[in-house]
Design a protein around this ligand. Structure first.
Ligand code: 5CA
Ligand code: ZN
Length: 475
């Protein structure tokens, strides 16, 4: 089929919105701004994606669930945290017609729900480290332009982990462990990113420091797709979370938290999709293989359907998420529909293929191979793996091509239209703010553990420096 229901990806914003609709990811017509409905197909994708992160966390974290509502008295304890979130909180003020004695906040994130309980749970060093996570909805009254999956007022799939440790160093190591988990997670999604340490003025409210994962969207704008925060003893002091150390003294715990949201799916969809629709990595595709029977004459029907059924069974038996589309539409329409839904591999079976003992295997990236029926299973896995690698490489190449060193404000301004501009920074807060003002975009921060060191000059004051920062337009 040549006609395409979605606009060209060059008009990224239109493409994105139309794709979410056409590929049945989410429905944005719910009548509350910033709140969307998952279509069943989108939710199946979400489940596959979140199963990966759950499996990774379950190795040494415990899953739990805390209430949605947080009493104002707890919410208002940590001064910096309040400052960071007070404009974004939804409040429950009434039970029926009765005003509540204590207003209840809908969690914008759950520090203030979880940490009063940590105070009760943690007694001695034997209770540490404590590592928990939950996958819940959370609410933020965002005032910036809302966007499906990207900036929501109800974040439906907020994965937040919270940990407590005996020492600051152990918490630091946990931040690194979390980043490693996220790196492996995004590798499975074939979504490239850079680790960036946020500047002090953009860290999580109440944290010692914040490290973010940022990726570049097709329109050149940066999307923060995860963060890990070292909370030091800031919340522990406020919520009196102490443990008895081996000498019998009470000490504050050191904490971390780290989160991702359905932005991971926004990134997945945007980074890989094309003009024909979704392109999903094998690892998460709700349908990994679609089998399309090619029937020209009625007399061939039974035989073609039988062979398709046996291929279907073979693949399902080894755990492939396979679907046989034996509906009445013409094959061309079926191809189009499953391409739109990002199916990595399509298998076509017609009478002539049956006679020759082969099937045609078409990959979502356009590559086609004819394979002997006996070798089909192996061929599917081989092509799936290769396709995932091709997607990974293409996505990384795009991102890397959109990060450039810049030595003048004008250059950085131009580059920030395309992606990230890397510029020298002396480290003074004053020059930092001027960088943001003059380039007209945000400072994402310093690359975290960069491969090579930087040598240059602060773009503002000209001082020699080994520090560099990435500047970009952000979603
Ligand atoms: N408590 C910490 C760690 S869980 C926390 O809330 N960190 S956060 O504010 O940085 O949020 C974690 C991640 O959620 C962000 O990195 C971002 O990817 C995502 N996120 C934040 N706000 C929204 C929003 N309004 N819509 C969708 N995703 C969001
Ligand atoms: Zn400077």
């Amino acid at each position: 089929m040549t006609e395409s229901k979605i606009p060209s990806k060059e008009n990224f914003s239109e493409w994105y919105h139309e794709l979410l609709k056409a590929a049945e990811i989410i429905d944005v017509r719910y009548p509350v701004k910033g709140m969307c409905v998952w279509h069943p197909f989108g939710f199946a994708l979400r489940r596959n994606v979140y199963d990966i992160i759950k499996e990774m966390l379950d190795v040494d974290h415990q899953e739990t669930q805390f209430p949605l509502l947080i009493p104002e008295t707890e919410f208002m304890k940590e001064a910096e945290h309040i400052k960071g979130f007070e404009d974004e909180v939804y409040w429950v003020t009434h039970g029926g017609t009765t005003p509540l004695d204590v207003k209840l906040a809908l969690r914008p994130t759950s520090e203030t729900a979880i940490y009063p309980m940590f105070k009760l749970w943690i007694r001695s060093h034997a209770d540490l480290p404590l590592k928990i996570y939950q996958i819940v909805n959370s609410f933020r009254y965002e005032t910036k332009h809302t966007r499906p999956l990207i900036r929501l007022r109800e974040i439906t799939s907020f994965k937040e982990a919270h940990t407590a440790h005996a020492t600051w160093e152990e918490a630091r190591d946990q931040v690194e462990a979390a980043l490693e988990i996220y790196a492996r997670f995004y590798e499975r999604l074939a979504v490239p990113f850079v680790f960036i340490r946020r500047p002090s003025w953009d860290k999580f409210p109440g944290a010692d420091y914040t490290i973010a994962l940022d990726t570049i969207m097709p329109d050149g704008r940066t999307l923060q797709i995860g963060t890990a925060h070292h909370l030091g003893t800031n919340f522990a002091a406020t919520y009196e979370i102490t443990y008895e150390n081996t000498e019998g003294e009470q000490e504050f715990v050191n904490q971390t938290c780290y989160g991702i949201s359905e932005r991971c799916i926004a990134a997945l969809v945007s980074v890989h999709g094309d003009n024909n629709g979704l392109v999903l990595p094998w690892s998460v595709a709700p349908v990994q293989v679609v089998i399309v029977p090619i029937i020209f004459k009625d007399k061939d029907r039974d035989e073609v359907i039988r062979v398709c059924g046996s291929l279907h069974e073979q693949l399902a038996d080894v755990g492939v998420r396979v679907k046989t589309d034996d509906g009445d539409e013409r094959p061309g329409s079926k191809f189009y529909k499953w391409e739109l839904h990002g199916v990595p591999i399509r298998i076509e079976v017609g009478p002539r293929d049956i006679k020759q003992g082969v099937a045609v295997l078409a990959r979502r990236d356009g590559k086609k191979v004819t394979v002997a029926k006996k070798e089909l299973k192996d061929a599917v896995f081989k092509e799936a793996e290769d396709l995932q690698a091709v997607m990974q490489a293409a996505a990384r190449e795009f991102m890397v091509s959109r990060i450039k060193d810049c030595t003048t404000v004008e250059e950085a301004r131009d580059q920030a239209e395309m992606g990230m501009a890397r510029v020298g920074w002396c480290g003074s807060e004053d020059c930092g703010h001027r960088l943001e003002d003059e380039i007209g975009v945000s400072m994402l921060g310093e690359p975290w553990k960069p491969e090579k060191t930087f040598e240059g000059r602060c773009l503002i004051c000209g001082a020699e420096t080994e520090k560099c920062v990435l500047m970009a337009r952000q979603y």
